[in-house]
Unconditional design. Structure first.
Length: 337
């Protein structure tokens, strides 16, 4: 984790939730992490990801709860490591995911996750007894961040999310296409995420040696990947999203703009969980979903805007993303909306 990695104040306030009844201790832990307390009131302020990681660990230790007080039972120190030790013995990502959800269920009482496979789609659904919308939103983000972070690490690659829906309103930090995907809905009947079921068949590539390293760095790793919403990957995503597909710069062009060598550029993206090709794919998906939801453009025109030379190729790709055709998706979205 580098000092230029930064996170929004939203995540600092979220880390302090479990100490809401002890503001003096919260202030002490902020000072320990090197975060000025007055910044809490500034929604535009950002702090170094290293500071948030330090605060996150300090709060977990103070509460003896690795879930930071967002569950009535919580996860005592060492729970995460205990769950992880069982996952590296799994034969596949699917088996590891089921073990992960079961392991979290041994500790957490208010929020539970379940896996179902619907044809070629895998769905993780959350059941959450918490009533406060803010608590629900943060608890579900933490829960899914832990689960997805573990899956990506176990598989040794990113697992893209094709559809996400949450019961809570849009959080203050806004939706994040690079994590929850562009096919994102808020204020739904229940919270769930969906991805291609084929990822469940991937082998687990980690072992005990790599687990020891992961456990030493996991809080920082998760924060850099999932809370650093203004990192290099986000900047590249926005740059590509703001120009027409035929004018997209090359990897070498963007690396030069950021004063990085191509190798350094790739390494930085990898730290944040992406490759340049994956970012381009995410932009194309974002264009497709936005146009289907918010415009009356024909499927052929949308395919062209998303960088597909033929509408048939767009149909095949969209079917892989959602299990549905673009036309049916648009019809269902408008009907539900």
């Amino acid at each position: 984790m580098q000092e230029k990695d930064s996170v929004a104040m939203y995540f600092v306030r979220a880390a302090l939730y479990g100490l809401r009844d002890d503001p003096q201790r919260g202030a002490q832990l902020l000072a320990l992490a090197g975060i000025a307390e007055p910044l809490l009131a500034d929604d535009k302020a950002r702090v170094a990801a290293t500071q948030l990681a330090k605060l996150w660990q300090a709060v977990a230790q103070e509460l003896d709860d690795e879930f930071l007080g967002y569950d009535s039972h919580g996860m005592p120190q060492g729970s995460f490591a205990l769950i992880c030790r069982g996952l590296i013995q799994a034969h596949s990502i699917g088996q590891a995911l089921r073990r992960c959800l079961s392991g979290l269920g041994l500790f957490l009482k208010d929020i539970r996750g379940s896996l179902s496979v619907r044809g070629d789609r895998a769905v993780i659904r959350l059941d959450n007894r918490q009533q406060d919308p803010l608590v629900r939103s943060i608890a579900e983000e933490i829960y899914l961040t832990v689960v997805l972070g573990l899956l990506c690490w176990l598989a040794g690659r990113r697992i893209p999310i094709d559809r996400s829906q949450f019961t809570h309103p849009r959080p203050a930090h806004g939706d994040d296409h690079l994590f929850w995907g562009p096919n994102l809905t808020f204020e739904a009947s229940h919270s769930e995420i969906e991805f291609a079921a084929s990822y469940l068949d991937l082998p687990v590539v980690q072992d005990l040696t790599s687990l020891k390293t992961f456990l030493r760095t996991s809080p920082q790793w998760l924060i850099v990947r999932f809370s650093n919403r203004q990192g290099l990957s986000s900047q590249v995503f926005k740059q590509l999203r703001d120009c027409r597909y035929e004018h997209w710069p090359t990897l070498a062009d963007i690396a030069k703009e950021h004063a990085l060598s191509i190798a350094s550029f790739r390494r930085q993206l990898q730290r944040e969980g992406f490759s340049f090709q994956e970012l381009k794919d995410e932009v194309r998906r974002s264009i497709a979903f936005e146009c289907l939801r918010n415009t009356d453009l024909s499927i052929t025109v949308i395919a062209e805007k998303a960088g597909f030379r033929e509408a048939s190729a767009f149909h095949r790709a969209f079917k892989q993303w959602t299990g549905d055709s673009p036309g049916n998706y648009r019809m269902k979205w408008r009907s539900s909306d």
